[in-house]
Design a protein around this ligand. Structure first.
Ligand SMILES: Cc1ncc(COP(=O)(O)OP(=O)(O)O)c(N)n1
Ligand code: TZP
Ligand code: MG
Length: 209
């Protein structure tokens, strides 16, 4: 069961519509999945609710027949309305226990930015942690200070739960992040800003061994 979950979380595309540009989010998702992405998180910070639900439904309709789960960032209402597979919440978003009550069978991720947060998170009903951010990143302006590989390793040493590393990850450092204890990698700019997201996903997958 854990192995199956880890396989699902292995290479996680987190979308950014500005970085996807005129190609659109769906086209970038399609290319990234063709290149080996195993899970997609739809992250929309500006979109109005109705458009967010419509985009989520369109992604879900394309991803479901391909067996790739769709996770919604922040918004349980959007996840429920679109039939998404899961929700990713951070430390100030809806509490995981409330997400679990609303979506009992969902895949739930929680961001962990420090050892203190990890200690509190261990009692939460979640499936994986987003270890955030491993490296500094321009993609998220309000990200916590970077943990570095040593910070990731310290979290690895204190939990058996699956860890998805995020923040500044690309083909050049993917192997080192896995070696420090991550089970999966989540990337935004390395895929959404790539000229060829399918080739970028293939390269990342190859570097992950
Ligand atoms: C896999 C993964 N890990 C961490 C995050 C960050 O979530 P959060 O801290 O809630 O910040 P926002 O993404 O909402 O800006 C994530 N999205 N995915
Ligand atoms: C959403 C998010 N959460 C923590 S860092 C981050 C952004 C990661 O973006 P990138 O992969 O471009 O560094
Ligand atoms: Mg959030």
């Amino acid at each position: 069961m854990r192995e199956r979950l880890v396989e699902t979380l292995r290479l996680h595309l987190v979308t950014d519509s500005a970085l996807c540009g005129e190609r659109g989010v769906l086209a970038v998702v399609e290319a990234a999945v063709a290149g080996g992405v195993s899970c997609v998180q739809l992250r929309e910070k500006q979109l109005e609710t109705r458009a967010f639900v419509e985009r989520a439904r369109a992604l879900k309709a394309w991803l479901a027949p391909r067996g790739v789960p769709l996770i919604i960032n922040d918004r349980v209402d959007v996840a429920l309305a679109s039939g998404a597979d899961g929700v990713h919440v951070g430390q100030s978003d809806m509490a995981p226990a409330d997400v679990r009550r609303l979506m009992p069978g969902a895949l739930i991720g929680l961001s962990v930015e420090s050892l203190a947060q990890l200690e509190a998170a261990e009692a939460a009903p979640v499936d994986y942690y987003g270890v955030s951010p491993v490296f500094s990143t321009a993609t998220k302006a309000d990200a916590a200070p970077a943990l570095g590989l040593a910070g990731l390793a310290a979290i690895r040493a204190r939990t058996a739960r699956p860890l998805v590393a995020i923040g500044g990850i690309h083909a050049g450092n993917a192997a080192a992040v896995l070696a420090a204890g991550a089970d999966g990698l989540a990337v935004v700019s390395a895929l959404c800003a790539a000229a060829d997201p399918a080739a970028a996903a293939r390269l990342l997958s190859a570097r992950m061994g």
